[in-house]
Design a protein. Structure first.
Length: 140
């Protein structure tokens, strides 16, 4: 189940995200949608990085019945990237959600041997999505 908080005025359908969480058999996830200004504040407060970003994941300590963690996504970033890449807002939201969930599940594309990229690619194909965040970053 996704515990959803939308801090913006943008209407968002999270049903496709729930299907992905179900596919991954995830525990409960907190999903917060916000704007760049709030994302910059969160990034500065929790990571000591004074800039905005597209997605942040905060895994919780594993314990029985505890949520998997929190994912924070900037809707401003989604709009910028989806416009620039020529795909839909919903597709970009889904890509960032997948990226965030995989981090909550313990994947780390910066340190692993390609496991996160492989799992992300599998989900992209299964859900018919455009190129992932990792793939886009590798190409630039």
């Amino acid at each position: 189940m996704i515990d959803f908080e939308n801090r913006t005025n943008t209407t968002v359908n999270i049903e496709p995200l729930q299907r992905i969480a179900d596919e991954l058999n995830c525990a409960n996830i907190e999903l917060i949608l916000t704007d760049d200004a709030d994302m910059k504040r969160i990034n500065r407060e929790f990571r000591n990085i004074d800039t905005t970003t597209d997605v942040l994941s905060f895994p919780y300590e594993p314990m029985p019945h505890a949520p998997l963690g929190s994912i924070v996504i900037s809707l401003d970033a989604i709009t910028r990237v989806s416009d620039a890449m020529g795909h839909s807002f919903d597709d970009e939201l889904t890509l960032l959600f997948i990226h965030g969930v995989l981090h909550l599940m313990g994947y780390d594309h910066e340190t692993d041997e390609g496991e996160m990229r492989c799992e992300e690619s599998r989900l992209i194909l299964q859900f018919n999505l455009p190129k992932s965040l990792i793939i886009r970053n590798e190409e630039s």
